[in-house]
Write a protein that binds this ligand. Sequence first.
Ligand code: SAM
Length: 406
Amino acid sequence: MKLVIERLGHLGDGIARGPDGPVYIPGLLPGEEVEGTLNGDRLIDPRIVTPSPDRKKPPCPHARTCGGCLMQHAADPFVTAWKEGIVKGALAGQGLDAPFRPSHSSPPNSRRRATLAARKTKGGALIGFHARGSDLIIPVPYCHLLHPDLLATLPALEALTRAGGSRSTELALTVTRSLSGPDVSVSGGKELDGALRMDLARIAETHGLARLTWDGETVALRTAPMQRFGKALVAPPPGAFLQATPDGEAALLSAVTEAVGGAKRIADLFAGCGTFALPLSEQAELHAVEGETAMTAALEKGWRATPGLKKLTTETRDLFRRPLEPDELRAFDAVVIDPPRAGAEAQFATLARSAVPVVAAVSCNPVTFARDARLLTAAGFRLDWVQVIDQFRWSAHVELAARFSR
Ligand SMILES: C[S@@+](CC[C@H](N)C(=O)[O-])C[C@H]1O[C@@H](n2cnc3c(N)ncnc32)[C@H](O)[C@@H]1O
């Protein structure tokens, strides 16, 4: 059977119109003609008859199987336009549109943080990303996503897996690049006892890990794993949220800084460890609100240790249950908001009722962003611009920054 791909699904699968409804074919691009045997809503053994001009040879030999990347077969301008289309589609679903600024995409080998799967094997250890839709681990020694410093931790991760993993269960290894060396956090490992603790500490020492955390317990702290946010240095708690690439973070910060303009009193909501609050406190007074106590504490410590910053206060608060109310928001002439994937419906609702004139929003989910944006535009805000900032190259993730004002 011959089919033509009409569009991409939300995971990047090509979608064609089959005799009984949509057919999903991974690795295909719109306009491509494909032949194969139809089995339900799948095409078995697809052979591309007419390739798209947007098709390119994937740089990684594992591109067809590894779940870390879904779009290596597509040229960068195509992926950028696809991601912008996803945001425009989500906005249109809420009756909204906006001017789009040129997108920013992070380069290959720039991910500074990743969670890898690992399993002990007869001969050693297998470490990598899961294959698509499977438990199989695809090794990543030449991964085109990860920063070389993360790839350089593979021998350490192998040693950790051999020491504290098992052949029947899988470890999750979160590795973050810090100014002081790799920060590694492991979950799913063997229960800690005296011997394992000593083994792990020795591995951390041998491989120069800044910190090693085992199922929530810090088992080695050679040196605090520092991150720089503007002039400030912060030691985030183990596993804390950080933007995925340094240049993506810089692009988000530049968009947010421009969006808040000359504001003098800014609230940073869902502030994390201070990615935006600390650099912004070089020019304005900040109130940083975050749900995790350890992150708020790290942010505040970084601020205290940095001379020359303006006043900054922190608050640990669940913004889903207890959003800042309009009378609290009166203190600010701009708000930065960067919620998790679920969005921040309750907080956007109180922003809509507040007198805040400018909102700089960052989002990793266009659907919840569009839902929340509508709350603001219905209350008289204008959506001034949107910019797609793609830190998750070759994936189906979409991130954006946007400015609202009134
Ligand atoms: C997308 S991250 C952004 C963090 C920070 N703006 C940054 O760029 O590093 C979202 C943050 O929201 C926090 N968070 C999640 N749920 C929350 C809640 N209900 N209330 C307050 N903060 C929450 C997370 O701990 C995380 O730090």
